[in-house]
Write a protein that binds this ligand. Structure first.
Ligand code: NAP
Length: 290
């Protein structure tokens, strides 16, 4: 049986793994990326590459976007050569990037005005889960649209949580990354402290990773900090973006999150210090150098 035509917009660390999983599941996949070179491994695996978002989505039943931030999402869906105006009525737009609820609400409205069905579906999991089809999708939107897109989610992920109407998933995803960002920032400070005090850092770290602070985040990112392994799973500027979006979201609910702002500063400092192309574990580097 021929499977549906799917378009994937954005072939970064996450989008490339997601597109590959769709191909592996037998979908007919067209990809688009700003930097066209990233499409090459996917065309070798059977995808078609399009020159613009509009070209990629023209005959797609479902479009999945995995892009950096609100402004990129806006340009790719609604800018010149953008996806939304080229989609067929009744097709499904899935926005999986980590974005603000405010932008997601605007995008959902624009999709609805064109007769395009819309889901927000940010993910938990990182580079490795994207590559393995093991992401968890946090979904906001109508239940019948979630059901219609189920096969695509199943190809890219191992779990789906339908959190409610559009906007629900952005709220939960930003809270999720808020807690992750704060943990990574405080961990970087602790690692730098251990090193500056001349402690046995492996032993000191084991107290954190075996004790109450242990979390998958602390364990994985702590290991990478100690190993100075900064091959990107999740890039420094994207966590700064998420902490900024989390602070804005909190503020819109009347909560002033000085904690999100403080953690965000650590990521901005690391970006300014030249660590922007590296994994979030690299935020320890500027602290090591002070
Ligand atoms: P990434 O590797 O940096 O990819 C970013 C994507 O956005 C690339 O396709 C990039 O295109 C595109 N892009 C950036 N600026 C653009 C512009 N001005 N115009 C058009 N396209 C542009 O990041 P990622 O890790 O895949 O993250 C993608 C999204 O997933 C982000 O919202 C991130 O917060 C979220 N996320 C990431 C993780 C993770 O662990 N990595 C986990 C969950 C969610 P180019 O290739 O041309 O630069």
């Amino acid at each position: 049986m021929t499977k549906e035509k799917i378009a994937v917009l954005g072939l970064g660390i996450m989008g490339s793994g997601m597109a590959r999983q769709l191909l592996a599941a037998g979908f007919d996949v067209t990809v688009w990326n700003r930097s066209p070179g990233k499409a090459a491994p996917l065309t070798q695996a059977g995808a078609r590459a399009a020159a613009t978002p509009a070209e990629a989505v023209a005959d797609a039943a479902i479009v999945v976007a995995m892009l950096a931030d609100d402004s990129v999402s806006r340009a790719v869906w609604m800018g010149e050569g953008g996806a939304l105006a080229a989609m067929a009525p009744g097709a499904i737009a899935i926005e999986s990037s980590t974005l603000t609820g405010a932008w997601i609400a605007d995008l959902a409205q624009a999709a609805s005005a064109r007769g395009v069905r819309f889901l927000e579906a940010p993910v938990t999991g990182s580079r490795d889960q994207a590559a393995q089809g093991a992401l968890r999708f946090l979904v906001g939107g109508e239940a019948d649209v979630v059901a219609a897109a189920r096969g695509v989610f199943d190809a890219m992920g191992s779990a789906l949580v339908h959190l409610g109407p559009v906007g629900s998933a952005a709220t939960v995803k930003l809270a999720n990354n808020y807690l992750c960002g704060v943990q990574a920032a405080s961990l970087a400070e602790a690692v730098a402290l251990f090193e500056k005090r001349g402690l046995d850092v492996e032993q000191a770290m084991s107290i954190l990773t075996d004790g109450a602070p242990a979390s998958p985040m602390v364990k994985a990112v702590g290991r990478r900090m100690l190993d100075r392994d900064y091959a990107p799973h999740f890039l420094v500027p994207l966590m700064a973006k998420d902490l900024g979006y989390a602070a804005q979201t909190m503020a819109s609910a009347g909560i002033r999150s000085s904690i999100a702002e403080a953690a965000r500063q650590r990521f901005l400092e690391a970006d300014a210090a030249g660590e922007g192309h590296r994994d979030i574990a690299a935020i320890v580097e500027p602290l090591r150098r002070t």
